[in-house]
Ligand binder design. Structure first.
Ligand code: ASP
Ligand code: MG
Length: 409
C-alpha cells in the first residue's frame, strides 16, 4: 500500500493511513506500506538547497531529499503503534533497495527484501521509505520525482505481493485530467502498454518508471483514492477478453521545452554526436525531428523536460563548435497533447481525425510524434486546454458518450 505526500501531509492524515493499514492487517493480510515525504516537503527541501547553492551537488541533494521520506516512515510507524498495532519502519537502504549511482534519478538494480519478510513473519506492519535506495558503495540515492511509486512496485515484485495498491488524491486513472475536462471518466481496467504511454505523455497519476517496472515484473497495480473506499483503476497484463478502446485517454504535458539547433551540417555522425552528448548529460530527450536539408544544412528540433534545460544548455555548448552548427534556440511556451489507445494499432483514420480536430479548434501543430498506440502533437501552451477538451469529445470519451470499441480493419 503506497501513500503519496498528500495522504501523509498532517498528523491527522497519518493517523488515517495508520487506521487503513491496521484494518487491512486485521483482515488477515500481510501489509507493507511505502510512503512519500509529507505534503510539499520534497519541494521545500529542494528550494532550501537552491537557496544555499544555486546548483546543489547531486550527492548532497540526495542526502537532503531522502530525509523527507524518513520523517514520514517514523511518524507512520509511531501512529500505528499508538493505535495499538505492531509496526516497524525501514529506509530504502535498510530494505536493500540497491540502485545505480546516478544521483537524483537512480534506477533500482536489485532488491534484497529479507528484512521485510522477517518483519512480516513476525506479524508486523512494515513501513518503507519511498523514493530512495543505496548504491553498492553505500551511497544514498533518490529515484527521481514521484519515485515512491517505483519503490512500491519494486518492493511488491521483490516480495511477490498479490497487488500493489497506490493510494493517491484522485480515485483512479482518468480519460483526461478532470481539472481540464469535467466530462473525463475513470478507467476501470487498463493494460500496461497504454498506461505506460499515458504516463510517458503526461498523465501524472502513476509514474512511468513504476508502470514500466510493473510490466516487466507482472505486478498488478490498483490505483485508488486514499480518501474513499471505492475501487480505482486496475493496471494489469492485457487479457484476451479485454476490449481495446481505440482511444483510452487524452493526456497533456506542460513540462517540456523545444530546442532547435539551426544550420547543422548534413553529415554522417552529426546526430549521433549531438544525442550522445545529451545522453551523457543524462537528458531525457523525447521527440526528435530533423528536416530534409537545403544546401547541406539542416535543422534538428527535439523536446526535453524543462527541468533538464541547464544540462541541455551545457551539453550543446560543449559540442556546437565541433559539429559546426549555426545556433540553438529554446522555446518553453509549448505543450504536448497526446491520444493513447491500444486499439489504434488496428484502426485506420485516427491520425487524420486528431489533426482535423485540432484544425477545427484552430490549433496549429508544431511537432508530431507517434508510437503504435500513441499520437502526440506539440502545440502552443495557451491552446492546450482547448485542444485536450476538443480531442476528448471527438474521440467519444466524454462521460455521457458510449465509448466505441476497436474493430480490426
Ligand atoms: N517525495 C518524492 C517527490 O515528491 C517522491 C514521491 O513523492 O514519490 O517527488
Ligand atoms: Mg511527493
Amino acid at each position: 500500500m503506497k501513500f503519496g505526500g498528500t495522504s501523509v501531509a498532517t498528523p491527522q492524515r497519518l493517523r488515517a493511513v495508520a487506521a487503513r493499514l491496521i484494518a487491512r492487517h486485521d483482515a488477515g493480510d500481510e501489509v507493507v506500506a511505502v510512503v512519500s515525504a509529507m505534503g510539499k516537503v520534497t519541494d521545500d527541501l529542494l528550494a532550501l538547497a537552491h537557496e544555499i547553492n544555486p546548483e546543489p551537488p547531486e550527492r548532497e541533494q540526495d542526502m537532503l531529499l531522502a530525509t523527507g521520506e524518513q520523517v514520514s516512515i517514523a511518524l507512520l510507524a509511531m501512529a500505528v503503534q499508538a493505535a495499538g498495532a505492531d509496526a516497524i519502519s525501514f529506509t530504502g537502504p535498510q530494505v536493500g533497495i540497491v540502485t545505480d549511482a546516478v544521483h537524483s534519478k537512480a534506477k533500482i538494480v536489485a532488491i534484497d527484501a529479507a528484512c521485510v519478510g522477517e518483519a512480516l513473519a513476525a506479524g508486523q506492519i512494515v513501513i518503507v521509505a519511498g523514493f530512495q535506495g543505496r548504491t553498492t558503495d553505500g551511497e544514498i540515492t533518490t529515484l527521481g520525482r514521484g519515485g515512491s511509486d517505483t519503490t512500491a512496485v519494486a518492493l511488491a515484485a521483490g516480495i511477490a505481493a498479490d497487488v500493489c495498491e497506490i493510494y493517491t488524491d484522485v480515485d483512479g486513472v482518468y480519460t483526461a485530467d478532470p481539472r481540464i475536462v469535467p466530462a473525463a471518466q475513470k478507467i476501470d481496467v487498463i493494460s500496461y502498454e497504454p498506461m505506460l504511454e499515458m504516463a510517458a505523455s503526461g498523465a501524472g497519476v502513476l509514474s512511468m518508471r513504476s508502470v514500466e517496472f510493473a510490466r516487466n515484473h507482472a505486478v498488478t497495480i490498483h490505483c485508488r483514492s486514499s480518501f474513499t473506499d471505492t475501487t480505482g483503476t486496475i493496471v494489469k497484463e492485457a487479457q484476451p477478453d479485454m476490449e481495446d478502446a481505440i482511444v483510452s485517454a487524452v493526456t497533456h504535458d506542460r513540462g517540456e521545452a523545444k530546442i532547435t539547433i539551426r544550420g547543422v551540417p548534413d553529415r554522417v555522425g552529426i546526430a549521433a554526436r549531438v544525442f550522445s552528448t545529451l545522453a551523457d548529460a543524462n537528458v531525457n530527450v523525447d521527440m526528435i525531428i530533423q528536416n530534409i536539408s537545403e544546401e547541406k544544412k539542416t535543422d534538428i528540433s527535439f523536446t526535453a523536460p524543462q527541468t533538464d534545460l541547464h544540462r541541455v544548455t551545457q551539453a550543446l555548448d560543449a559540442c556546437m563548435a565541433e559539429i559546426g552548427a549555426r545556433e540553438w534556440v529554446i522555446d518553453d511556451d509549448i505543450a504536448k497533447v497526446s491520444i493513447v489507445g491500444a486499439g489504434m494499432k488496428t484502426h485506420a483514420g485516427v491520425t487524420a481525425k486528431m489533426f482535423q480536430t485540432l484544425a477545427d479548434a484552430g490549433v496549429n501543430i508544431d511537432l508530431i510524434s507517434t508510437s503504435p498506440i500513441r499520437l502526440s502533437c506539440i502545440i502552443a501552451a495557451d491552446q492546450m486546454d482547448d485542444a485536450v477538451r476538443a480531442l476528448h469529445t471527438a474521440f467519444g470519451l466524454d462521460a455521457t458518450d458510449v465509448i466505441e470499441e476497436a474493430t480490426p480493419c
